[in-house]
Ligand binder design. Sequence first.
Ligand SMILES: [Zn+2]
Length: 216
Amino acid sequence: MPPRPTRTAAPACTCPAQGRTSCWTSWISARSAISTSRSLRPTDDGFAGGQGSADALIPASVTHIGRDALDPDLDVPAALRAWRRGTRGIKQVLLDQTLVSGIGNIYADEAMWRARVHPERPARATSVATASALLEATQAVMRDALAQGGTSLDALYVNVNGQSGYFARGLEAYGRGGEPCGRCGNLLSRATIGGRASHWCGRCQRRYSPRRAAVR
Ligand SMILES: [Zn+2]
């Protein structure tokens, strides 16, 4: 078991649990120089829960994995810089778990549809604004999916009650090749890109053209 923090008298605090001896929130926030915007909840035994640590131990086998797209500690400028590097298509970059993790094939297709980005746009030809819009779309898609219990396309992936997630019913791009785009009516395209099935709208998500980019 990790050593418990040493109990010392905590100064008066201003959090909602003010006045209770079990409240260590503000004290630990100040002591750890962690942003006071974070909410730390005291546990029943008086020790702060969820404090975490910048020096948290991570198994060596997973240190190459980037922070999750929904991780509040994700370094967004660094993530966008990493996404905009190299000649790979932007979809392959999104699926690269060493840059930003948690983005699966389905969510990548949905995010690119929402942000109107073609999956084969070269990473280095992606502007900061486009990469930023793509990250926001990715986070929105993942939050929506979480709220609906995920995207279960396989009977093996169910919750403890045997129920599948409902996000699959709201997919706009993934698995809808040949069906009309929900935004413009154009028939959605399907192809294998980087070994993964990909779906997009050829009208909403225009293929990158160096000539067209040069004209702008
Ligand atoms: Zn469309």
